[in-house]
Ligand binder design. Structure first.
Ligand code: 4NP
Length: 144
């Protein structure tokens, strides 16, 4: 799960998908394409909205997406089109490229929609992001 800062959207996506799958079979992680918040806890508003749905994301710490992630993961989900392009720019070959997907295409196929960046908004934005990611992660979990 990849967003820009790895403190708002992708930590929620990680927590939500983790809650829907058997964690012994699937390793879920998240990262950001930017390093601004490396080592930080998720944003308090993400922690709060996750808690509301009984998901604890407080053990997560932000990290930057690195090229080795292409070797470690089978599926790489970008939260928005900018992250998608930034990840693709790091791809070394076609095998890397085909791993990268826009997460909302899982719930709304071929629409190429972005999860809006909630960082500069209020709590409503986080609830909206949670609901979008919940739907997309249900689709991913049913495929896995
Ligand atoms: P995220 O949100 O990409 O969903 O983690 C953001 C977090 C921080 C910033 C931007 C977006 N920032 O500019 O610091």
């Amino acid at each position: 799960m990849v967003c820009l800062g790895n403190i708002c959207r992708s930590p929620l996506a990680e927590g939500i998908l983790q809650s829907k799958i058997n964690s012994k079979d699937v390793f879920v992680d998240s990262a950001g394409t930017a390093a601004y918040h490396v080592g930080n806890l998720p944003d308090e508003r993400s922690i709060k909205v996750a808690q509301k749905y009984d998901i604890d994301i407080t053990s997560q710490r932000a990290r930057k997406f690195i090229v080795e992630d292409f070797d470690k993961f089978d599926f790489i989900y970008a939260m928005d089109k900018r992250n998608y392009q930034n990840i693709l720019d790091l791809a070394r070959n076609r095998e890397d490229e085909v791993k990268v997907h826009l997460i909302l295409n899982e719930s709304e196929p071929s629409q190429n929609l972005s999860v809006p960046d909630p960082y500069y908004g209020g709590n409503d934005g986080f609830e909206n992001v949670y609901n979008m990611l919940d739907e997309a992660c249900s689709a991913i979990a049913s495929k896995l």
